[in-house]
Design a protein around this ligand. Structure first.
Ligand code: URA
Length: 211
């Protein structure tokens, strides 16, 4: 593990935001690959009608190479079950494919991706959207919302409860599962969790209606 994460943008010649790599692990469009174990792509069937987009892999996902397998993933699985959506029926991915972290004590703590990193990684999200062509996209949190809507200024507060569009897909936005885990009070955690369940259930209804 690197004790001192190296900066993700700077003078280094190996970073090329215009690179068009074929494989995720070859991506040098930003510098996040340097401190990550591996790139974490999306998971799920190519015929999934619902795509869930999170922010970026966390510590567990970075090690496993799969999205949403840590604590946020456990909460997401619970919310999917409560909403009547099978995880196998959805495609799950992230706006950013490498784990960005800083060391606190011995733990690699999540660090929010910068806009330049989110933009660099839109190369991959755009490809996933083209491949899967989901009828409904659920953006989990503000980073995902900005990436899906290609508008960093979109706020979760304004977007929640509305049906937006990206191409032929409907887009819903809700809280990130980590927010429902870390919110300060039991009441706010429960409210965030219920909002996630509600958005997932609405996504299922929209997908069942054919988008
Ligand atoms: N948080 C995310 O946004 N994505 C993951 O895959 C895990 C945690």
């Amino acid at each position: 593990m690197n004790a001192e994460p190296t900066p993700t943008h700077g003078a280094d010649g190996d970073i090329d935001p215009d690179q068009q790599p074929r494989a995720l692990d070859d991506c040098r469009r930003c510098g996040l690959w340097r401190n990550a174990t591996q790139a974490v792509g999306g998971e799920g069937g190519r015929r999934a009608s619902i795509m869930l987009v999170g922010e970026q892999p966390g510590d567990k996902e970075d090690l496993a190479g799969l999205p949403f397998v840590g604590p946020a993933g456990a909460l997401l699985d619970k919310a999917l079950a409560e909403a009547g959506v099978e995880r196998q029926a959805v495609y799950v991915t992230n706006a950013v494919k490498h784990f960005k972290w800083q060391l606190r004590g011995k733990r690699r703590m999540h660090k929010s991706p910068a806009q330049v990193e989110i933009r660099a990684c839109s190369y991959w999200l755009d490809q996933e959207l083209d491949d899967i062509r989901p009828s409904v996209i659920v953006a989990l949190g503000a980073t995902a919302l900005g990436a899906v809507m290609q508008d960093a200024k979109r706020t979760l507060k304004d977007a929640m409860g509305h049906v937006m569009t990206r191409g032929n897909s409907r887009v819903l936005a809700t809280y990130h599962p980590s927010f429902a885990l870390r919110s300060p009070s039991h009441g706010s955690r429960d409210a965030a969790y219920q909002a996630i369940v509600k958005a997932l259930a609405r996504a299922k209804r929209l997908a069942d209606e054919g988008g």
